[in-house]
Design a binder for this molecule. Structure first.
Ligand SMILES: [Zn+2]
Length: 588
């Protein structure tokens, strides 16, 4: 790479003039009119396939125009948090998003009224067959619900019941402050300090952290108990037996797959325990504590420039897939990335797509550390995934959370493996491997503890309310099991400090993370074994993520049976190799 890369993105190609763009305003007006028309059309949908072909074509156009404008506004807000006009536009975008959801709900309502033979004729129509997977899924989901009037009532009551407990939780968290170092830290600020290299800092902070959560524990336990009670009550009225039914369906996976995954994870605990013990020794602790889990083992990593990072990523992608490398090079040159380190940018990073232009944009702040290089690779993985799906109907572009991170984690694995191989010193190699293993511990042990806790909590909650003491005991028991008794200090109030237990959109917001991590590791293990021939199969797999169950996806593209332990064991071998290498390098 010769020319110096631009570190800011190009948004003018979509709409000229930022948040005061006349083209953008015209597009938002158009979207609002189109969605209102489509709502009328949705209400009157008959089972005639011709009705649906026309309706879905028009909906496709409207959704693409909407997404293009929504992504643009979102990009404006994150590149400069002071852009008030962008915030106003975001309000309009959110209203259109709600309109799209309502159209979907009405469409699903129509779908369940059709007779079976009408339905078969509909989904086998040549223009509708490509989206049959999504249509069938909607019809199955509708069939499992109560009659429409009762579902509507439940939805209405949920606003001030179910969802209100989630808001109550975020309100309580918002007012918590943690006194530390003469300052009052917010929960987010305090959490970030747990990666402080000084153990005494982390230990002192953790004491304040637990105190702060203990103070609000009664109120938070109330929210958790009643949110769960609402959920269980709703499931009972729908006749659903298992609390896992909803999250498994959202992730398009079977219970057997979940069980096979967790039992493989359990078998990896002894090896991960050896890593925890070694890390403890390296940081001078007898046993590792909860607050040591994110702490670095040493400070030996180097920083790189953005141009070096881009060249490194392109080179590493190329060894696996020339197609992916060309894609990355194009993204860097065409200013798809906003990475500049400057004030007034929003925190965090993401990748968002522009379906009409069929391109993506990546937002982050790059400061040169190895984590930043991984993040660029991660977000490029998302962009690559989108690029393979842009020409599909939007109904089959929706992938579930558990496969959403396949391409991103895979890209990250390629780049972090290369960084470890090309480390300048043994110390640096140890630091990079340690960071990657900390992440594996989070996904295989921490997430496992959350799942164990949540499963047991719902079982007990079906019989009655749980006290703070009972919740603490249940959490510590889950942590001891998941961490193979590897820690000296646990975090019993984790049920209060982790927001994911309070989400109402995606119940059990835990196992999809572990699934995604191991699914990508499995794909990575397969790509290492097959070499360049894997490139095309990998692209085909990503393309199908919105129109197959996860079991079908693995069977079709990897020849793997996710309900059997073998695939998961192959995936875990990627982590276990890291453990072996880490233990060897630090053996003294
Ligand atoms: Zn991601």
């Amino acid at each position: 790479m010769t020319a110096v890369l631009n570190q800011t993105w190009d948004l003018d190609v979509f709409f000229r003039g930022g948040s005061s763009s006349p083209e953008l305003l015209a597009q938002l007006d158009q979207v609002e009119r189109d969605l209102a028309d489509l709502m009328e059309e949705a209400r009157n949908l008959t089972a005639r396939p011709e009705d649906w072909v026309g309706f879905l074509d028009r909906l496709q156009g409207a959704v693409e125009r909407f997404s293009e404008a929504a992504s643009f506004v979102y990009c404006l807000m994150s590149q400069d948090v002071r852009d008030r006009q962008a915030v106003v536009l975001f309000g309009r975008v959110q209203q259109s998003a709600a309109a799209v959801r309502s159209i979907n709900a009405v469409m699903e309502g129509r779908i369940k009224t059709f007779a079976d033979d009408e339905w078969q004729a509909l989904v086998s129509h040549p223009r509708l067959a490509p989206v049959a997977f999504a249509l069938n899924e909607s019809r199955r989901r509708a069939a499992d619900q109560m009659e429409t009037s009762r579902e509507l009532l439940a939805n209405d009551l949920a606003v001030d019941g179910y969802h209100a407990y989630e808001t109550l939780y975020t309100t309580v968290v918002g007012r918590i402050t943690i006194p530390f170092d003469g300052k009052e830290l917010s929960v987010g600020q305090a959490y970030n300090r747990f990666s402080d290299p000084d153990r005494a800092v982390r230990q002192a902070l953790f004491a304040r952290w637990e105190e702060a959560w203990a103070k609000e524990a009664d109120l938070i336990a109330h929210a958790l108990n009643h949110l769960a009670g609402f959920r269980l009550g709703l499931y009972r009225h729908r006749g659903w037996q298992s609390v896992l039914k909803e999250p498994l369906e959202l992730n398009r996976m079977r219970q057997e797959t979940l069980e096979a995954m967790w039992s493989a994870v359990a078998s990896a605990r002894p090896a991960l325990r050896r890593f925890l013990d070694r890390k403890a020794r390296l940081i001078g602790a007898e046993r590792l504590a909860w607050y040591d889990l994110d702490a670095p083992v040493n400070q030996a990593t180097r920083n790189v420039s953005y141009d070096e990072a881009a060249a490194f990523i392109e080179e590493q992608f190329r060894q696996f897939s020339p197609r992916m490398a060309d894609f990355a090079a194009h993204a860097f040159r065409s200013r798809w990335l906003e990475v500049e380190d400057r004030p007034h940018k929003a925190p965090g990073g993401y990748c968002t797509s522009f379906p009409r232009s069929k391109v993506s944009r990546i937002f982050m702040t790059f400061s040169g550390d190895p984590g930043g290089v991984s993040t660029i690779a991660h977000e490029l993985g998302h962009a690559y995934h989108s690029s393979l799906m842009f020409d599909l109907p939007f109904l089959v572009q929706n992938y579930a959370m558990n496969v959403a991170e396949t391409a991103s984690t895979f890209a990250e694995l390629i780049v972090s493996s290369a960084a470890i191989r090309s480390a300048a010193s043994r110390e640096e190699k140890v630091a990079l491997l340690g960071g990657r293993l900390d992440n594996a511990v989070a996904l295989l042990m921490n997430i496992n503890a959350r799942f164990l806790f949540e499963t047991r909590f719902y079982e007990r909650r079906a019989k009655g309310l749980l006290s703070v003491a009972e919740l603490n005991a249940l959490m510590e028991e889950a942590q001891r099991e998941a961490y193979a008794d590897g820690l000296g200090v646990y975090h019993p109030l984790f049920w209060a400090s982790k927001g994911h237990f309070y989400g109402t959109d995606q119940p059990f917001y835990n196992f999809p993370y572990t699934f995604g991590f191991l699914f990508s590791a499995g794909v990575y293990a397969r790509s290492m074994a097959e070499g360049p021939a894997f490139e095309e199969r990998y692209a085909a797999l990503l393309r199908d993520t919105g129109r197959m169950t996860t079991e079908e996806l693995a069977q079709r593209h990897l020849g793997a049976d996710l309900t059997r332990p073998e695939f998961w064991e192959d995936a875990l071998s990627v982590v276990l190799d890291d453990v072996k290498e880490f233990l060897r390098l630090t053996a003294e």
